[in-house]
Design a protein around this ligand. Structure first.
Ligand code: CA2
Length: 145
């Protein structure tokens, strides 16, 4: 059976490619979704790619992933820095979760240096632009073969 990896995106990531290209690059979220899908096709897994501006929706999707996916790549956006609910949801599921960021959060404002979810995930990838998504998929593919 084909393995599925969930890729979950948090608030404002639907605006990618439309504002702040200096920080996040020129790709839209749809471009990144297409890159993830083709990486999955080449490497033999399917990608279920989603975005929500709502914290509880991301919590629900993490729970859903536990039944339907072998792993989760999550760019939790600003909820990365605030969400105990996402931390708890990641701890509540048994599949590996990789945290990713497009920008190098450690080279940015102090409030982005702290991740509320980092201690709950398998590992963190940040700073490689939209390619961070592919790196997170590679890590999850390798962890779940
Ligand atoms: O670098 C990342 O991937 C972030 O997760 C992006 C979040 C930010 O809050 C994190 O600290 C780092 C923000 C995503 C918002 O994306 C925008 C896109 C276009 C215009 C404005 C925001």
């Amino acid at each position: 059976m084909t393995r599925t990896i969930f890729v979950l995106n948090g608030p404002n990531l639907n605006m990618l490619g439309k504002r702040e290209p200096g920080i996040y690059g020129g790709k839209t979220l749809a471009d990144i979704q297409a890159d993830c899908a083709s990486h999955g096709e080449i490497h033999g897994f399917s990608v279920d790619f989603r975005q929500s501006n709502h914290e509880g929706q991301l919590v629900d999707w993490l729970h859903e992933a536990n039944d339907k996916a072998v792993g989760v790549a999550i760019n939790a956006g600003a909820y990365t820095h605030t969400s105990v609910a996402l931390h708890d949801a990641i701890r509540a599921i048994s599949i590996p979760v990789v945290e990713l960021h497009i920008s190098n959060v450690h080279a940015r404002e102090e409030f982005r240096h702290k991740s509320m979810i980092a201690a709950a995930v398998k590992g963190v990838i940040c700073g490689f632009g939209p390619y961070s998504y592919v790196l997170a998929l590679q890590a999850l593919d390798n962890l779940t073969r």
